[in-house]
Design a protein around this ligand. Sequence first.
Ligand SMILES: Cc1ncc(COP(=O)(O)O)c(C=O)c1O
Length: 406
Amino acid sequence: MIENDLDNNDALGHIRSQFSLPEGIIYLDGNSLGPLPSKAKARATEVVEKQWGDDLITSWNKHNWINLPSIVGDKIGAIVGAEKGQIVSCDSISVNVFKALSAALKLSPSRKVIATTRDNFPTDIYMVQGLIDLLGDDYTLRYLDERDIEGQLSDDIAVLMLTQVNFRSGFKLDMASITDSAHDKGILTLWDLAHSAGAFPVELDACNVDFAVGCTYKYLNGGPGAPAFIYVATKHQSTYKQPLSGWMGHNAPFAFSPDYASPHTVRQNLCGTPGIISMSILDAALSVFDGLDLDKVARKSVALQQYFISCMKQENIFNAFDFASPDVEQRGSQLAFRHEHAYVICQAWIACGVIADFRAPDILRIGFAPLYLRFADIRVAVEKLASIMNEKTYLNEVFQQKLHVT
Ligand SMILES: Cc1ncc(COP(=O)(O)O)c(C=O)c1O
């Protein structure tokens, strides 16, 4: 069978064994929450029982907790094309957006426009709205059409804030070209890598990006609510000033001076005490990426997506949905299918052991995480979807109730 040949020739096939995956579940939602890497599980026990339990507060030095945000940041840097010293792990994307945006506006005081796309992930937009509320009416939020960002750039824009891969459709923006065009107009760039980091090669330094943020609970498998990260390009670090100037981002936190002094490094983004337990778990989870070729990851993602589509066509269910993702060269590691019953179809699929997710108003979203997904999983997942569609089992009463998290 073709899926068995594909799995036997899979250059990443051996990595699946590094995850602790539940029996009988096919997981197509690693773009929302990555599964548990075995090393992360072992580290969770170690950090709780040994480091916290036995070594108590001495662990800040003994186990180097104090430098963990930078250690983890540099590991993420290796995955997203950033030289060391430009990323720290901290807070959430939302908080990091606020910091980077505030700092960017300060670097560009004569410009008052923050530009983004209307279909950006809502929290990014909400953070802009909150910041504008704080700063006053001089500032405005401008929406650009994601299909022609470069054609809409103008020299009143201070910051261009974009998510590289659209969370609904998977539409992927050209980071290099857009960043170049923005710089030609004197615009600073802030990229959200939520659906990029760990899914395909990202080249922050090579693209000359100014600032970036990302989460670690999706393709980086850091666990629910794992700390996010923030990138400040070296060239901005001496002038970058973000307003959440907490003690952990001070240049000498243990001097306990009453006056804030910036370290003029990316560490100024640390505000309060980092969540060491979840950051340690993340640190261990990232070891899955040691020596990994992200080109291979991206290639396998495309192959999985294409196999998914071809199985849907074979099962005659492709046309039961409106395909809502762009062509392969313009998309990230996910596929989106519109259907008026997308929510209940997703619930019925989950009940058969295939986990995907639903994004309002009508999208069945399927994530392709190449580190643990097999082609045989795709075949079985589509067969189960075909039976749900053909027998309309999604109309069953049990699937109709909307859960809190979709
Ligand atoms: C593009 C994007 N940005 C931000 C977030 C969430 O941000 P936070 O880490 O603050 O919850 C998500 C969540 O899925 C996302 O897809």
